[in-house]
Design a protein around this ligand. Structure first.
Ligand SMILES: C[S@@+](CC[C@H](N)C(=O)[O-])C[C@H]1O[C@@H](n2cnc3c(N)ncnc32)[C@H](O)[C@@H]1O
Length: 269
């Protein structure tokens, strides 16, 4: 059992953030759905390449179980972990009445507490890394490397910094509405355990690449999404905005609130 509590109870602040920053109503959801489709393609490509009929999945920080239902059909067994007790209880409720509940094992633990002996084909780490204390990050990535099978697939979504450096941001509600403010790394590390604020660590293209490479994994590709500014002359609802922002390395580095990172666990030499 974990004592961790996710700061944004019931996702209230993230909903306010989306209302404030999405350039068109519905774009955020459409963009997120496109990433889920890309995840599906990556899973199917992996299975085809290694001639696997069904895989073993870990959803590393499943929230209320949003992605388990999306992908359950490709897996013979699924472990989904969620450290926040309230969210965990909701996941148990959400999954227990489904047709696939018997192949899903839910655990109320942190990524850091997973057993190194259990190895997964595919790991989802969706919107998790931005909420982890900076001194824990390397440990978390080493754990993911340790439990991913050789050539296994790690699919990450996380916050993207459009500056050269990583950014630390807090989102909070004031009487005048939702506000975002840059904070220091030290403040971020305190706020990850403070209820009622939404602290996020936004990674630059280079820093996420370095973190994953240092942990012994290979970044296959990074795509930016949730493009909130920089291409206002394009209608984001037709998604051309996402093709344009991913057209060159330079564009990728300077656009998009979030990123989708496809990682392969290269075999140790
Ligand atoms: C924004 S939610 C994302 C939930 C889900 N992956 C999704 O995409 O819908 C972030 C989740 O990360 C979980 N989390 C934070 N730190 C974690 C850790 N060290 N290990 C596992 N989960 C963690 C939180 O409890 C929270 O439910």
């Amino acid at each position: 059992m974990s004592n961790y509590q996710y700061p944004d109870t019931n996702d209230e602040l993230v909903c306010k953030l989306i209302d404030k920053v999405e350039p068109f109503k519905g774009y955020w959801e459409k963009s997120e759905k496109k990433v889920i489709d890309e995840m599906r393609n990556e899973i199917l490509k992996y299975m085809k390449r290694f001639n696997i009929e069904e895989c073993f999945l870990l959803d590393a920080g499943c929230g209320i179980g949003r992605l388990v239902g999306e992908f359950q059909e490709y897996f013979y067994r699924i472990v989904a972990i969620e450290p926040d007790k309230k969210r965990f209880a909701e996941t148990v409720k959400n999954i227990s009445n489904t047709s696939y509940s018997s192949k899903v094992e839910l655990r109320n633990i942190l990524i850091q507490e997973l057993d190194n002996e259990e190895k997964y084909d595919v790991i989802l780490c969706s919107h998790i890394l931005q909420h982890i204390q900076t001194e824990e990050l390397a440990k978390v990535l080493q754990k993911l490397k340790a439990i991913l099978k050789p050539n296994g697939l790690l699919l990450i979504t996380t916050c993207h910094s459009i500056e050269e450096e990583d950014l630390y941001i807090k989102g909070y509600q004031t009487k005048d509405g939702f506000k975002e403010q840059k904070i220091t790394k030290d403040e971020f590390n305190i706020l990850v355990n403070t209820l009622g604020v939404l602290p996020s660590h936004a990674f630059s293209y280079d820093s996420i690449t370095k973190l994953l490479t240092d942990a012994g994994m290979r970044v296959n590709r990074i795509n930016m999404y949730h493009i909130d500014k920089g291409l206002e002359f394009l209608n984001p609802l037709d998604m051309i905005v996402e093709n344009v922002s991913n057209a060159t390395g330079l564009m990728k580095k300077s656009l998009g609130r979030d990123m989708f990172v496809v990682v392969i666990n290269q075999k140790d030499k």
